[in-house]
Design a protein around this ligand. Structure first.
Ligand code: FMN
Length: 198
């Protein structure tokens, strides 16, 4: 049995992004949960900075899809589960993340093979914000978009408020309830990713 591969990324490339921090914190929790599974897990956290995509416009497809998009889609496709963390911008997901997901939805084949990078893939969603609601309103919009793409979104989700004090120096969540929910999210994601992997 091959290792279960989980990919994490944040819908923010801001230096000091609390959602990138949250992705790294969840990655640590996934490493711990995964270490208790005999098949093993491989946890990878990326930045959308590495796959810079222009603001989507259908005309940009006339000369073929951007190479960076294909690299990103290949990476997503190769993983058994995803964690997406997103800032809440005016009660919705960030434009950076929406743009990345819109581009991803345009990839139908890679190297001549038909692919649906997100469809049927277990996805966990999470958010972090300075306010007390932790960006939970944005998560319902993100959930809607991912459902439309055919993702298998976990019921469990994580919204971490009070971002200024939300993390220890080693990126552990300081709030006990948030830590507990994070553990539950990770356990559920690995279980689903193991079950659905090809
Ligand atoms: C355009 C804009 C809209 C925002 N709207 C919300 C919001 O609706 N709810 C919220 O909790 N925070 C909101 N914020 C604050 C962000 O949650 C905060 O800047 C957060 O740190 C962004 O995530 P990041 O640190 O991962 O980049 C908004 C920020 C911006 C720039």
């Amino acid at each position: 049995m091959s290792k279960t591969k989980i990919l994490l990324f944040a819908g923010s490339t801001r230096i000091g992004s609390v959602n990138h921090k949250l992705a790294l914190s969840i990655a640590k929790s996934l490493e711990f949960v995964g270490s208790q599974h005999k098949e093993g897990t491989e946890i990878t956290t990326i930045s959308l900075n590495d796959y810079e995509l222009p603001l989507y416009c259908q005309e940009l497809e006339c000369d073929g899809l951007p190479e960076k998009l294909i690299d990103f889609a290949r990476l997503v496709n190769e993983h058994d589960g995803l964690v997406i963390t997103s800032p809440e911008y005016n009660a919705s997901l960030s434009p950076l993340l929406k743009n990345a997901l819109d581009w991803l939805s345009r990839v139908e084949n890679i190297d001549g093979q038909a692919v649906t990078p997100i469809k049927g893939k277990p996805v966990a969603i999470a958010a972090c914000s300075p306010g007390s609601n932790g960006g939970i309103r944005g998560l319902s919009h993100l959930r809607d978009v991912l459902v439309n793409l055919g993702a298998l979104i976990l019921t469990e989700q994580l919204a971490v408020g009070n971002s200024l004090t939300a993390f220890d120096d080693d990126l552990t969540l300081t709030n006990e309830r948030a830590k507990e929910l994070c553990g539950e999210l990770c356990t559920s994601l690995i279980r689903h990713a193991e079950y659905y992997k090809a």
